[in-house]
Design a protein around this ligand. Sequence first.
Ligand code: UDP
Ligand code: MG
Length: 322
Amino acid sequence: MGKPSLCIVIPCYNEQEVLPITAPQFKRELELLQERGYIADDSCILFVNDGSSDTTWEIIESLAKSDPVFRGICLSRNRGHQNALLAGLMECRGFCDVSISIDCDGQDDIGAMEDMLRAYLDGCDVVYGVRSSRATDTFFKRTSAQMFYKLMNGMGVETVYNHADYRLLSRRVLDELSRFEEVNLFLRGMVPLVGFKSTSVYYERHERLAGESHYPLSKMLALALNGITSLSVKPIRLITGLGFIVSLISFIGVIWAVIVSLLGHSVAGWASMVSIVCFIGGIQLLGIGIVGEYVGRIYLEAKRRPRFIVSERTFDEEDDER
Ligand code: UDP
Ligand code: MG
């Protein structure tokens, strides 16, 4: 087997400030890896423009024109980080043996790619990049992210702690991943389901080099909700359990009420009535809401809409097919 051809997949959304800084860094790292003999000379960097409204796509196009190592695809509109990443991963199957996905903001240490490739050459098909510390993140980002992982695990979604979307996937994992046809994407939870031999490499997380995070609390909550509902039915099971406990308590309450009234002690218990009604009402609404979340997802899945639409490429699609 010759040296593997690597494709670094980078989703970009409104990153005009940071792309001109990080693109040369990625290129330098790729050259370094080539010099050290890890990867083939036809390795490349694939940018996925996720429907940016700024000049990100123009930057990618001019990068691709200046150097064939840079390639770009443009999605027809903003579809979100997970979909953009999947678009890139599915695209690069046409021309690489192994992929590494990374954010374009320079937060993840590109130096870890060498460790990832070493693990790949040792026979691993999946290598997770795991943050060894979050010292540079703000307190808010750190705690909310930690809560995110706790929530995911508590709700029965298997994820690697402190691993985001910086990971190496071999060609055969990508091919298997392409058979997962869900529309509600949570790649972090799907990759462990694909299986194969995996390992983790650790790296320091840096601050964003420029621009702003696109993951405010609302988007993070949406991601968590997507992850939980698309990979686990534990919430529904919890409600079932809760309903069972409440029914049991109500049953005891009914017996108690009958006994009290038979003994002739019944007094107008307004407060207790109101609290019970409110409590049960609240639980019912919560239950309907959670079940509704799942019904909504089923609705979206049933439509089988495409998860992304590629509108432009800086290269010929068939050209590199092997
Ligand atoms: N991103 C994307 N589409 C979106 C939002 C973000 O492709 O709708 C990309 C973004 O350009 C970056 C990566 O996803 O490369 C992670 O986003 P960001 O750095 O804003 O998130 P954070 O690191 O703060 O969690
Ligand atoms: Mg970031």
